[in-house]
Design a protein around this ligand. Sequence first.
Ligand SMILES: CC(=O)CC(=O)O
Length: 262
Amino acid sequence: MNMDNMKDNGSVTDWFLEHPVMSTLRPSYPRGPWHYKDMHQLIVTYESTAEAVRAVVPRPLEPAEGNRVTIEWRNMTEVSGFGPYVEIGHSVACTFEGKPVIYVFQAFLNSESPTLAGREILGFPKRHGEPELKAVREVLTGTLSYGGTQVALATMPYRMVDLSDRLAEIEQELQTTQLVLKLLPDVDARTPKVAQLVKVNLYDVRLKGAWGGPAELFMVPHVGCPVAALPVVRVLEGRQHLWDMTLNDGEVVHDYLEARAR
Ligand SMILES: CC(=O)CC(=O)O
């Protein structure tokens, strides 16, 4: 796009050039950085089947040993620009160029603005869903509903095993490289326009609390919301975290279209 021409013929404002997000009347998300404060997170790590894991992991990523999958609920209580929302991320432990990474293959959110920002900027595979994370008596309970039908239920005792003595180590773990596959078609709806593996940059990570304990996870097969596509063979670990971080940008670590053109 020739931005100078657009500017000269008056069809666009300087403001648009600085913040090129649809719609021009009211961009669907604010510019970052987005500061997340007091995020409550429930993470259930489980073993799935080798076939299911292989089916969602794009090369050159390789699934790590053990077919380890995580499903996590994040209660974003205070976020600059976006306001509060709840998100579920579903990821596989992988390796990329020999190093451990987390590959996020689907996510469900209850708010439009961070859904669109995540998809358009970084390529997060975010979709609308109705996730919820709350303490129900002594149990931290994560649910996901899709169109009114509950498709996931995760439970673990609320703040049972205090992991304060491991905060530094867990804070490092939270900064394991996170990758997403940004896939966008051209206007013919067929030709790939963007096909990139993107590293999501996390800044100012500060872990304020961590707790462990047993967890249970139940997922229901649903064509519109395929959380059960990675079935649970056995639950490995439950965790709760309270933390802050900042999101702003990402980095392309592999460009499939460039690699194909070479
Ligand atoms: C910009 C984003 O990608 C926001 C989020 O992760 O919810």
